[in-house]
Design a protein around this ligand. Structure first.
Ligand code: SAM
Length: 303
């Protein structure tokens, strides 16, 4: 049974990187009139409350979206179009100005898709699947959006290639199980065989764990073998090392949990416009969200 719930992490720094990138990719891909299919293999609940218990318990949104909003005025130059577009799109879910609602990847995608496009959402957690179904029902989007309570790694196969031969596959597992890293690589390898002209976007955590470290290297190898262009961006906001802080006379010194220090997105066949957009946005994200001297970004491409 999975324990991961994205409600605790909605709007954190990893969501900022992932969702700002997703918006840019979909803006580009929806410029061409040919219908597009978006397959979100790990969809989550779709919509989140930032004033709910989960967000308050973790406090992660304070290190991401809220910090971005509150520190924006301190930037020496206007926010990059990628950051502004992200803030505007999230703001569009909060027309009352409350900022309480946060859209996950399914709702970000749906907002950018056209009527002729399709959205396939895989989610396995029983509670989040139910929430996702309820949220999607409110959209009244009919057959445009499908929720599948199935394994997204396995289920992806049936949608490749899509009828219109244009698709974005968004793969954003919780990596709760160590085998998820290998599954991502194996699923991308299989997907590239089934549908070589598709676009693929993978999110992963930047953490001191060999599997996490290896994943972008494996994806690079797969893209290179398939002779496809790729783009890899990471955003780190703080050191991943545990710090020891005094936490009261009785407890003595307790190691403070550091939380997620950084994350990365790896894209195969990204829009050619994305690299320049990230090049402008990432230094601003480091300066807005960075917490210590470990704050940094990387951006590389190939193919
Ligand atoms: N993509 C979402 C977003 O950006 O808003 C967040 C997704 S969250 C990081 C990962 C989700 O994958 C969790 O809700 C978890 O329950 C779900 N999950 C885990 N393993 C899965 C699998 N094999 N197939 C489909 N969903 C899975």
């Amino acid at each position: 049974m999975f324990s991961y719930r994205h409600a605790f992490h909605a709007g954190n720094h990893a969501d900022v990187l992932k969702h700002a990138t997703l918006i840019s990719v979909l803006r580009y891909m929806t410029e061409k009139p040919v219908p597009l299919t978006v397959v979100d293999t790990h969809a989550g609940a779709g919509l989140y409350r930032l004033d709910g218990d989960a967000a308050a318990t973790s406090g992660e949104v304070e290190e991401g979206l809220q910090k971005l909003r509150s520190h924006l005025a301190q930037l020496p130059s206007p926010p990059s179009p990628l950051i502004q577009d992200y803030l505007d799109l999230v703001g569009g879910f909060n027309r009352d100005g409350s900022g309480r609602i946060y859209p996950g990847s399914p709702f970000i995608s749906q907002r950018l898709l056209r009527e002729s496009d399709k959205l396939k959402l895989f989610e396995l957690h029983p509670t989040d699947t139910r929430l996702l179904e309820q949220h999607v029902a409110q959209l009244k989007a009919g057959r445009q959006v499908a929720v599948l309570r199935e394994d997204g790694f396995e289920g992806l196969k049936k949608f490749l290639p899509p009828p219109s031969r244009r698709a974005l596959v968004m793969m954003d597992p919780s990596y709760e199980i160590k085998s998820d890293y290998a599954k991502v690589a194996a699923t991308i390898q299989d997907a590239l065989k089934r549908f070589a002209t598709g676009s693929y976007m993978v999110w992963y955590p930047v953490i001191p764990r060999p599997e996490a470290h290896d994943l972008p290297r494996r994806l690079k190898t797969l893209a290179t073998q398939a002779q496809k262009p790729w783009l890899h961006a990471t955003l780190t906001i703080k050191s991943g090392k545990q710090s020891v802080v005094p936490s009261g006379l009785l407890d003595g010194a307790k190691p403070q949990r550091p939380g997620l220090p950084g994350s990365g997105v790896f894209l195969i066949q990204p829009p050619y416009t994305l690299k320049a957009q990230l090049q402008e946005a990432l230094p601003q994200l480091v300066s807005l969200l960075g917490q210590d001297r470990s704050a940094a970004f990387t951006l590389e491409s190939g193919g």
